[in-house]
Design a protein around this ligand. Structure first.
Ligand code: SAH
Length: 395
């Protein structure tokens, strides 16, 4: 096994629990390795640091899997999974859908595992994890006894690791739409949909809309398969309009809304949200009691942060105009590089342009199955607010 020896003068980040080792933090590698192999890692003092996998194609040259001298095999994953689940099983309630493994934050860089009913959907984002796939599947089968495991490794980051996109059943078989219960409602994880098929990270935040939904006219922008709208209708909303540019997402929203018994209480609009909001605003203002904005990450890296601010400002500004007096704005950002403070500044900017006052009634974050780790700041991404919006002049 090759040995990776770190430089002497590196920052404390790694010592303080961060699992990434960048190429410029490595002094030398002793021995031969192939990309994706497990390596032993040592501080410059030659004290043992841990084990991880290496990839010469990635700027993050090594990702740590353990700081103990353990063999990385099925048992390693079995033990990790049991440890993770012993905590999550207590914290995650009223749902058959939750994130079993949240990558770095759960100590398994490059691996995401979501559980939907008796099925698992996994995402493998690195070559190192790809090489350990057999162990991972065996451990998941032993610990969770799933009916089937679907791999949905169809995102662009894989290419940076020299991997191809892949999706398909890797253990037994299962349906295209995986049904599961959450908060007493029925949902579907779409094996051909986005990310792992369903956005479980809003599971607790959607419950916060309970006090704002009764008898309300709702606009749910970036709806995907209807998570927010289904909850709003359960909490007594009068009507909801779902907007998404994915036709498939809206088809599944339709199935989900009907399955939960909400016929004739909704409208599906297949459109670009920016165009649609602009068009609606031309038709008039003060149209909705509640507007929900849950867009995809507008910034993937610091390079497009300015563009992201513009995007957040535009949709939030238009939403503020579309709201009736004392309306409710439910707004989220899942861009990792946009901090909560940045997001609030953008919202303040939009409020100032629209002459509105924004009072924070509720705030949300990542649920415990997506718990971020303070020592790995990259694991923080979700911001969520519920605002009361009214004209400054009416105060
Ligand atoms: N609120 C959803 C998750 C939304 S994910 C939930 O809780 O499940 C973001 C959604 O925005 C995706 O469904 C994607 O198809 C859609 N989307 C992305 N860009 C869009 C755009 N410009 N116009 C309309 N929809 C868009």
């Amino acid at each position: 096994m090759a040995k990776v020896i770190l430089k002497a003068n590196i920052k404390n980040r790694i010592k303080n629990g961060h699992p990434w080792i960048y190429e410029n933090e490595i002094e030398r590698v002793e021995g031969n390795y192939e990309d994706g192999d497990i390596v032993d890692i040592f501080y410059h003092s030659l004290d043992f640091l841990g084990k991880g996998y290496i990839n010469s194609k990635s700027k993050i040259r090594v990702r740590l899997l353990t700081r103990k001298n353990l063999k990385i095999d099925k048992e390693f994953f079995t033990n990790k999974l049991k440890k993770i689940l012993s905590i999550k099983r207590k914290l995650v309630k009223d749902t058959e859908g939750f994130r079993v493994v949240f990558s770095e934050s759960d100590g398994l860089p490059g691996l995401i595992v979501d559980k939907f009913g008796n099925y698992l959907i996994v995402q493998i984002g690195s070559l190192g994890m790809e090489k350990l796939k057999k162990y991972i599947i065996d451990a998941l089968v032993e610990v969770l006894s799933p009916k089937g495991i679907y791999e949905k490794s169809d995102y662009a980051a894989r290419e940076r690791e020299g991997l191809k996109v892949f999706r398909g059943w890797i253990y037994k078989n299962g349906p295209e739409l995986i049904e599961f219960k959450m908060n007493g409602l029925t949902f579907y994880a779409d094996t051909l949909g986005q990310k792992t098929g369903f956005f479980l990270d809003q599971r607790e935040n959607v419950q916060l809309i309970k006090d704002f939904a009764e008898n309300k006219e709702i606009l749910d922008v970036f709806s995907y398969t209807g998570n927010f709208s289904v909850h709003a209708l359960k909490y007594g909303a009068k009507h909801t309009i779902l907007v998404d540019y994915s036709k498939r997402a809206l088809e599944i929203a339709d199935i989900t809304l009907k399955k939960n018994g909400f016929k004739r209480k909704y409208e599906l609009i297949n459109a670009n949200a920016f165009d649609f909001l602009r068009k609606l605003q031309k038709e008039g203002e003060n149209l909705f009691d509640v507007v929900i904005l849950d867009p995809p990450a507008f910034a993937k890296s610091y390079d497009d942060i300015k563009k992201a601010y513009r995007g957040y400002k535009e949709i939030n500004l238009r939403a503020m105009k579309l709201l009736k007096e004392a309306g409710i704005l439910i707004t989220a950002s899942c861009s990792r590089v946009v901090t909560e403070q940045d997001f609030l500044v953008v919202l303040y900017d939009a409020a100032s342009d629209t002459k509105k006052n924004l009072q924070i009634l509720q705030r949300g974050a990542q649920p415990p199955d997506h718990a971020p780790t303070l020592n790995i700041f990259e694991t923080f991404y979700l911001k969520f607010f519920i605002f009361k919006v009214d004209y400054i002049k009416n105060y």
